[in-house]
Structures are given as C-alpha cells and as structure tokens.
Design a protein around this ligand. Structure first.
Ligand SMILES: Nc1nc2c(ncn2[C@@H]2O[C@H](COP(=O)(O)OP(=O)(O)OP(=O)(O)O)[C@@H](O)[C@H]2O)c(=O)[nH]1
Length: 206
C-alpha cells in the first residue's frame, strides 16, 4: 500500500520559546529525526506549516490553507496534497517516534475505518495516527466553521483505537516514550537525558 507521511511543523511553540522542529538531538534537528522515521514508513513526506528555510532530505513543504488554526489545519493541508488513500500523521514535537509504530498503525488501516488512533495511558494520540483521505471534506467543513478542537473532530469520524499493548511489538521503545511530546524546555531536557541513557546502554551491550 502506498502511504503519504504528513509532518506537522506549524504552531507558535510558545511554551518552548523557540521553534520545536529546529531543536537539536543527536546532531540533527528534531524535524530531520522525525522525517527520517516517517520516510521509512511512507513513500512521500510532506511537511505542513514549517516556518521557512530549506527542508532536509528534499522534504516537500506545504503551507497551511488555514494559517494559525492549529494541528487540524496542518492535517488538512497535508491531506489536500496527498494522492494516496492513507496517510500517516506525525507531529514534529514527538522526537522519539519510530517507523515500526507507524507501520503497526498502518496494518489496521482498512475498511470500514477512516482513522487508526493510538490510545496510550488512556489518552488519545491523534498526532501520531493514520488517516484516510475520506476525512478531508468533513475536516474542511470544520475549519471553515472555526471548530478547531481535534478531540471533538475525532468523535465525528469512524476510527479504530489501538492501545499500547497492541503496539508493544513495534520497536524497542516503550509506547509512553514513543508518544512523548515536547512542549516545554524541561521536556526537551528529559528527551536529551533518555537518549543519553539509550546510547550508554547500547555502548555497554557492544
Ligand atoms: N501545520 C501546522 N502544524 C501545527 C499548527 N499548530 C500546531 N502544529 C503542530 O502540531 C503539533 C502540536 O502543537 P501544539 O503543541 O499543540 O502547539 P504549538 O503551537 O506547537 O505549541 P504551543 O504554542 O506551546 O501551544 C506540533 O507538531 C506543531 O508543530 C498549525 O497551525 N499548522
């Protein structure tokens, strides 16, 4: 199945105080890191809402048609551009995502569902999820009406929900870390610490 990757890179990053997509981890930007994983699961990668500058790896930038309207607007911009039935959406502030989790979600991407949404620790995670192109008209209506809450929109689409146990076989990282999202400087420091620990465990194994 051909799949498009849509990376959300818009928003104000106001809590972080600096563009989250450009934070550096392990010698690369968070956007480069995430796009590298999305690329393994998708045939084409689109970045929506990025704040200018050239994108790495020849990623395609697509501007939001509803600027400043949040993640739903970023998903909308990506889906408008896609030619595939299914897309995998990934926020650029989830630095520990892996392709295995995306591929696991895509195994459920089929009739009668229009979305495959993880639920981790009891919380829906629509910003690392799979969406069918069919959701686009309803999404457009909501944006036109200024109804921007993602959680409300989810109630209007036929989605299958997948818990952490079902995704547990996907890669080496625990689901709570895969879905960890960075909002504040403290979150960035935590991720830096986890990566350092992972690297030192790997060194011990060698
Ligand atoms: N394309 C696009 N992406 C967005 C938009 N708003 C937020 N995002 C992305 O959606 C994800 C979650 O964003 P939030 O943490 O809710 O908002 P934020 O603007 O990044 O951060 P705050 O200003 O601190 O709330 C991140 O990957 C953002 O880059 C938008 O208007 N357009």
């Amino acid at each position: 199945m051909k799949v498009t990757g849509i990376v959300l890179a818009g928003g104000a990053s106001s809590r972080m105080g600096t563009d989250k997509s450009q934070l550096r981890l392990d010698g690369m930007t968070v956007l480069e890191r995430i796009a590298g994983e999305v690329r393994k699961a998708a045939n084409r990668v689109i970045v929506t809402g990025s704040k200018g500058g050239s994108l790495p790896f020849g990623l395609e930038a697509v501007p939001d048609q509803y600027p400043g309207q949040g993640p739903l607007a970023g998903l909308h911009a990506g889906l408008k551009e896609t030619r595939t039935e299914w897309s995998i959406l990934c926020a650029c502030d989830m630095p520990l995502v892996n392709a295995e989790t995306m591929l696991a979600l895509l195994t459920l991407a089929d009739e009668p569902w229009n979305a495959v949404i993880p639920v981790i620790g009891g919380r829906k995670q629509p910003l690392l999820a799979a969406y069918h192109h069919r959701v686009l008209p309803g999404l457009e209506e909501r944006l036109q009406a200024g109804r921007l809450r993602m959680q409300d929109w989810l109630d209007t689409i036929s989605a299958v929900y997948v818990d952490g146990e079902q995704l547990a076989a996907s890669g080496s990282r625990a689901a709570d870390k895969v879905f960890f999202n960075m909002n504040e400087p403290e979150d960035y420091r935590r991720v830096t610490g986890w990566l350092r620990e992972e690297a030192s465990l790997k060194n011990h194994d060698c």
